[in-house]
Design a protein around this ligand. Structure first.
Ligand code: CMP
Length: 149
C-alpha cells in the first residue's frame, strides 16, 4: 500500500471543487488517511516547491499557492501514487486526458486544480512536510476487500 500527498489548490478551493476531487478518489477506491484545510505560509510554499526555484513560473506559483486556502490530504491504496496522478491528469490541462480532473475542470498549467506527489521518495518527503505522523489516520474502508483483490 502506498501513500501520496494531494493538494486541492486555491483555484479548486475557490471554485468549490474540494468535494468533486474527494469524490473522484473515493470512487476510485482509494482511502483517505489525512486531511487539513489551511492557508499555506510562504515558508511551506517555498519548501514544497523548492524543486521549481529559479524556473520562470516560480514566483507566480508561490503567489498562487498562498493566495487562498488549500485542502491538503493524504490518500492511500495499492499503487496510490500512480493511480492519483492518472485520475488528476497531466500538469498542462490542455494535455490531460478526457475524464481526468484537470481535463474536466481546468484550462491552463498553473491553475490546474490539484497537486499530487510524483514518486515514492517525493510522496514520503511531501507527507512529512505537510502532516505530523500523528495526523495520519489508520483505518480500513469496508469496501476494500472488494477493490484491493
Ligand atoms: P503541480 O503539480 O502543483 O506542480 C508544480 C506546479 O507548477 C504545477 O502543478 C503548476 O501549477 C505549476 N506549473 C508547472 N509548470 C508550469 C508552467 N510551465 N507555467 C506555469 N505554471 C506551471
Amino acid at each position: 500500500m502506498q501513500k501520496t500527498l494531494v493538494l486541492v489548490k486555491p483555484d479548486g478551493v475557490q471554485r468549490g471543487l474540494i468535494g468533486t476531487v474527494i469524490s473522484r478518489f473515493e470512487n476510485r477506491g482509494l482511502r483517505l488517511a489525512a486531511a487539513k484545510f489551511m492557508w499555506v505560509s510562504p515558508e511551506l510554499a517555498a519548501n514544497h516547491y523548492a524543486v521549481h526555484q529559479g524556473k520562470s513560473f516560480y514566483d507566480a506559483l508561490i503567489k498562487f499557492i498562498t493566495s487562498a486556502p488549500v485542502m491538503a490530504m493524504v490518500w492511500t491504496g495499492p499503487d496510490a501514487i500512480t493511480a492519483v496522478r492518472q485520475t488528476i491528469g497531466k500538469t498542462k490541462a490542455t494535455e490531460a486526458d478526457p475524464g481526468t480532473i484537470r481535463h474536466d475542470y481546468a484550462l491552463t498549467t498553473r491553475y490546474n486544480i490539484c497537486h499530487a506527489s510524483d514518486s515514492p521518495e517525493n510522496a514520503e518527503a511531501e507527507i512529512a512536510l505537510w502532516f505530523k505522523p500523528e495526523e495520519l489516520v489508520e483505518w480500513k474502508r469496508a469496501s476494500e476487500d472488494w477493490i484491493y483483490e
